[in-house]
Design a protein around this ligand. Structure first.
Ligand SMILES: Nc1ncnc2c1ncn2[C@@H]1O[C@H](COP(=O)(O)OP(=O)(O)OP(=O)(O)O)[C@@H](O)[C@H]1O
Length: 234
């Protein structure tokens, strides 16, 4: 598989008054097209910082980030906005749906600005919400709202689907079904999924596991025999 993402010697420092926080202290890794990657680490390790830089929401202090054959480090805000809009789908712990739009409208609203988007109804079907398209977020359970959020991200037909603790607000069973949905979508659409979590138990579902500790890469493991989410317990 061709390389989709490369981080080379990426650092990120935040200056808060006199205090400098080194969130990333030289991070190197690569991700191939179609891979399901789990980024693992304790709180404060730097996981979200990696995801935010990858998604063009934050920029590296030094180092190089490549997506496809383009180096995104050094891009203007305008170019990063285009990149976020066209190439990246985001799923967060909290679903961030627009309360006064129904499920279908939430997905359509996100795809309006994308050239190559997929059909919102088809995707809502795929995530198991064919009968709930006209419901508003307040009429949906947490798991259902997260499915809408995933549909909204996937409908953009992004090169990259970035998920930051997507099951963090869900109970065990619902969380597992959301992970299964992400695993199935990755298999079907070949969209590269990068999922950040502190739950090491879900590592076996990934093609690649990147462990982060104190702003550095602790280890990178390839699962030759990745497991289906149904077969994993925690
Ligand atoms: N905008 C910011 N300003 C200042 N410090 C920040 C900022 N964002 C992150 N940090 C710091 O950078 C370090 C890494 O944070 P990051 O959010 O990447 O960790 P994380 O592994 O995602 O943690 P968690 O699992 O708790 O979300 C932490 O020390 C954090 O306090």
């Amino acid at each position: 598989m061709a390389t989709l993402i490369e981080f080379k010697k990426v650092t990120k420092a935040y200056q808060i008054g006199e205090v400098k926080i080194q969130a990333l202290a030289g991070v190197d890794f690569s991700i191939s097209e179609g891979e399901f990657v789990v980024i693992l680490g304790a709180s404060g390790a730097g996981k979200s910082t990696i995801l935010n830089i990858l998604g063009g929401m934050d920029t590296a202090s030094s180092g190089h980030v490549f997506v496809g054959d383009q180096e995104i480090t050094g891009w203007s805000e305008k170019k990063l906005t285009e990149y976020r809009g066209e190439q990246v789908g985001f799923v967060f712990q909290f679903y961030n749906l627009i309360p006064n739009l129904n499920a279908l409208e939430n997905v359509e609203f996100a795809t309006e600005v994308c050239k190559d988007h997929l059909d919102a109804r088809d995707i809502l079907h795929k995530v198991g919400l064919a009968n709930r398209m006209k419901n508003f977020p307040s009429q949906l359970s947490g798991g259902e709202q997260q499915r809408v959020a995933i549909a909204r991200a996937v409908a953009k037909n992004p090169a990259l689907l970035l998920c930051d603790e997507p099951t963090g607000a869900l109970d065990y069973v619902t969380g597992k079904s959301v992970l299964k949905l992400l695993q199935d979508l990755n298999k079907e659409t070949k969209t590269c999924v990068v999922l950040v979590t502190h739950n090491s138990a879900i590592a076996p579902m990934a093609d690649k596991v990147i462990r982060v500790k104190s702003g550095r890469i602790e280890s990178i493991t390839i699962n030759d025999h990745k497991q289906s989410v149904e077969g994993i317990e925690w």
